[in-house]
Design a protein around this ligand. Sequence first.
Ligand SMILES: [Zn+2]
Length: 270
Amino acid sequence: MKDKFKVFDAHCHIYPEKIVDRAVPATDRFYDVTSACRGTVEDLLRENDEAGVDLSLVESVATTPKQVPSINRFIAAAVSAHPDRLCGLGTLHPDSEDLEADVRQIVSLGLKGVKLHPEIQGFKVDEARCMPIYELCTAYRLPLLMHTGDKRYDCSNPDRLLPLLKKFSGMTFIGAHFGGWSLWEEAYKTLAGLPNLYVDCSSSFYRMTPGSVKKVVSAYGTDRVLFGTDYPMWKPESELDYLFSVGFDDEDLKKMLWDNAASVFFPEQI
Ligand SMILES: [Zn+2]
């Protein structure tokens, strides 16, 4: 089954060797899970070989503005060491002194967009200090992948996202975890149909049934869903196996596994 499809994993986290064994357990505690994989580039590439993943979009999140340039350099270095296996997103922080300089760095490093995580970075998506980020993503045509949804907090829930996505209609936005982690039903009921919205399926299968996955995917449309694993939290192989078990036809699988992500992150090749 897997050999039939090219696979683009549009949501992966990687960490430098010297911090990986602290960083991954910290995320695990936040989400009350135990990550299945290690979180280094070498481990990701090994997992991808096993699973039949051709290309991974890698990212890392800055918790302070000072970390932004070095994280972006780390991601770009990983991509340039494995240009046929990886592509990358940059990080930004709303409290940066010079957001436009950070965005220019992302562009000059060849990164394909921006990743934000409101709950971990400590902001609500509709705060005034975030607006320049959305303006810059629009102006520089950088797709924005954002962690979305958490019923324990009120940072990136669907009712905050809806007006934002309408206001920044020229920005391509990817709502991770089907647009609303832990709020899957509320998310698609609020957000499905927005023309600038894509979602990824990462870190969702473990809390859903195949039937509910089918329902959520059909609400957004198979043109709007990207395959993503949230590596290292989940094994790429088991996430792929789950997607194949849901019962989508080949045409829909091809879109979700490759075409949709390629059109978002490599529009020049379409
Ligand atoms: Zn993520």
